[in-house]
Design a protein around this ligand. Sequence first.
Ligand SMILES: *[C@@H]1O[C@H](CO)[C@@H](O)[C@H](O)[C@H]1NC(C)=O
Ligand SMILES: *[C@@H]1O[C@H](CO)[C@@H](O)[C@H](O)[C@H]1NC(C)=O
Ligand SMILES: *[C@@H]1O[C@H](CO)[C@@H](O)[C@H](O)[C@H]1NC(C)=O
Ligand SMILES: *[C@@H]1O[C@H](CO)[C@@H](O)[C@H](O)[C@H]1NC(C)=O
Length: 364
Amino acid sequence: MNLLFLGLLPLVASQSVSDLYVDNAPSSPRPYIVPHYANSHAVTIGSQLYRFTVTGPSSDYAFTLMSTNAPYSGSLGVLPHIHRKHYENFFNFKGRFQLWAQYGEDEQQARLLTQGDYGSVPRNTTHTFQILDPDTEMVGVISPGGFEDLFYSLGTNYTSATNTPYVPQATNDSSASGPDPDGISGLESFDVYAQLSFEPRRDIANGSAPSDKGWHTDSASLGKPGKPYFIANNYGPKYLNSKHGAYQIVQPLVTSSQAQDTNFTLSTVIMSRQRASSSAPTWTAAGAIAFEVLEGSVQIQIGNYPAARLEMGDVAFVPPSVSYRYWTEGSYAKFLSVNAGRDGLDQRLIQAGKDWAYPTFPRY
Ligand SMILES: *[C@@H]1O[C@H](CO)[C@@H](O)[C@H](O)[C@H]1NC(C)=O
Ligand SMILES: *[C@@H]1O[C@H](CO)[C@@H](O)[C@H](O)[C@H]1NC(C)=O
Ligand SMILES: *[C@@H]1O[C@H](CO)[C@@H](O)[C@H](O)[C@H]1NC(C)=O
Ligand SMILES: *[C@@H]1O[C@H](CO)[C@@H](O)[C@H](O)[C@H]1NC(C)=O
């Protein structure tokens, strides 16, 4: 019997759906939804606008979920650096950005990421990025949680009445890139170790870089533990789960073998419409989970709250041991699934699923 959960019941009983919606991730774990582009502890660094939809405090330090909206930049978005304790994940929500990653003396990897592409940056991997399109949004997942403190320290707190993705400004602004070298060198206390001798390779746009081979043409697998890797949208492994009144296609990006003791898993999930004859099952997990809608809309019902409808870019957070159900009323929906621990929702769907080769589900 889970006493913690029983203790929560009086709090969540007879809540209304509007109680789920917050503008900022809360200061301790509870069920919540942050709409896309809500202020959510936003800070600006130059022309980049960072929002933190799941924070250290809101997830009990399980993970941070953040987004970076920024315009084209002719220079790196941040100087090359490593994290010793944090596993960082880059997901392209929209637009284009380039991501570089190098582990030790291994060959330097670099990819141009378009919508739905993913880059994995385990601990001690030198990395940097550059934003390349006018309306680009990178989604970041960092485990363990709390990494947002770096951005609070570097950035300027920001709010907006219009929730504009980022602040329009002239692109010749010299502050368009990230922190300057002096700034980044003093950040070890935030687990940022500058790698100023790293020279980002510039030979990938024409396909001549060996590391770029097969990108967006060949199927990709998850990387070796501890090493960086990249998975283009819908080129990774896929599993079809048809057990819960809808088809769900899970595409893992990080499983526990990559995450190791950073203790999280990450996947995308494509869903078909819930069949009228069945209702979506109730789940609970030992770890915190977050949903971020990538396409379509997702209905989610958390604890005793009524169901809420998540649109593209909206984030829902479910604390450990709180029950939830989810489904879509549209023909197709896709969401990013962030899970604390080794056996989150994505792994359970995979375990009860079968190998599948397509990003679409069967006709019947
Ligand atoms: C900026 O926001 C953070 C949390 O979002 C808060 O802790 C901090 O006090 C704010 N700083 C200023 C200068 O208002
Ligand atoms: C990362 O590098 C630091 C410093 O060299 C080392 O102490 C730590 O064990 C490394 N972490 C991993 C996960 O390899
Ligand atoms: C590709 O780009 C690199 C770096 O700019 C350049 O050295 C190389 O000659 C180019 N290759 C082709 C085939 O254009
Ligand atoms: C990993 O995460 C799960 C779920 O949050 C938690 O129960 C477990 O104690 C964690 N394990 C470690 C080694 O931190």
